[in-house]
Ligand binder design. Structure first.
Ligand code: ADP
Ligand code: MG
Length: 249
């Protein structure tokens, strides 16, 4: 059984069946890519995994426990962390301050903006945040305004903010969308490094085939809200249905 088990999930928006009968099994400690044309339902599926949307039918199990009906923060505490399609960082804060936010949240369970932390507890949070920045190889940028960073560095910071929560499953929605090739390659290298250095499962939605084939061990192809095929990258590359539905051949 996979760490993530999606069974017969359906989701409708008014007259539109965005997902129907979706089955997906993500094995622990693998990188699993979900690909498919625009509008295939990839983001909708991801939103169903993190509690942002509730499926109309089916089940979503993480490590043997149902995530359905739980709030996003509860699912996050179960060990699922999610990176958004556009970087969700605080542009007016420094890189270090950004990294401190999830470190506070991790320590206190919930982050309360009006609960001012004591100076001593701030220090251990800062140490932890600095440690994460070192791991992300961006300690030298700690005093930079986050808004001033390149797209690739913003993504690197955001991924670090997710990792500071020590998730068991990291979900990424098109992490290289809108990036220049150099930033894309840096992101690929970062994800490879993360995979090498820790026990983590990564599920990645990605449009860029270069990214998919650089990282994924398994690939699920979604088309019109339903999985078309799930296989190894080698087999996906040569699959006639995939070439037709996805690569437009
Ligand atoms: P993908 O991420 O694969 O491009 P989405 O999951 O974003 O696809 O969208 C799947 C389909 O569901 C699309 O037709 C999209 O327009 C529709 N859709 C997504 N979110 C909503 C929503 N909140 N309300 C209505 N329709 C939506
Ligand atoms: Mg999407």
């Amino acid at each position: 059984m996979g760490i993530l088990e999606v069974k017969n999930v359906g989701k409708r928006f008014g007259g539109l069946q965005a997902l129907s009968d979706v089955n997906l099994s993500v094995a622990e400690n693998t990188v699993h890519a979900i690909i498919g044309p625009n509008g295939a339902g990839k983001s909708t599926l991801l939103n169903c995994l993190v509690g942002k949307l509730i499926p109309d039918s089916g089940s979503v199990m993480f490590d043997g426990q149902s995530v359905l009906g739980r709030a996003p923060y509860e699912i996050n505490q179960m060990g699922i962390s999610r990176v958004f399609q556009t970087p969700e960082i605080f542009g007016d804060l420094t890189v270090l301050e950004n990294m401190m936010i999830p470190c506070f949240a991790k320590r206190d369970g919930a982050f309360e903006l009006n609960a001012l932390p004591s100076v001593s507890s701030q220090k251990d949070v800062m140490d932890r945040a600095m440690h994460m920045l070192e791991e992300m190889r961006m300690a030298d940028k700690r005093n930079m305004h986050a808004a001033a960073m390149s797209r690739g560095d913003k993504r690197r910071l955001e991924i670090g903010m997710c990792l500071s929560q020590e998730p068991r499953l990291l979900l990424l929605d098109e992490p290289t969308a809108g990036m220049a090739r150099a930033d894309t390659n840096n992101t690929i290298d970062l994800l490879k490094q993360i995979k090498q250095e820790r026990d983590i499962t990564i599920a990645i939605i990605e449009h860029d085939m270069h990214v998919v084939f650089s990282l994924a061990e398994r690939i699920t192809v979604l088309a019109q809200g339903t999985p078309l095929v799930e296989d190894t990258p080698e087999n996906i590359k040569g699959h006639p249905k995939v070439r037709e539905a996805y690569l437009g051949e």
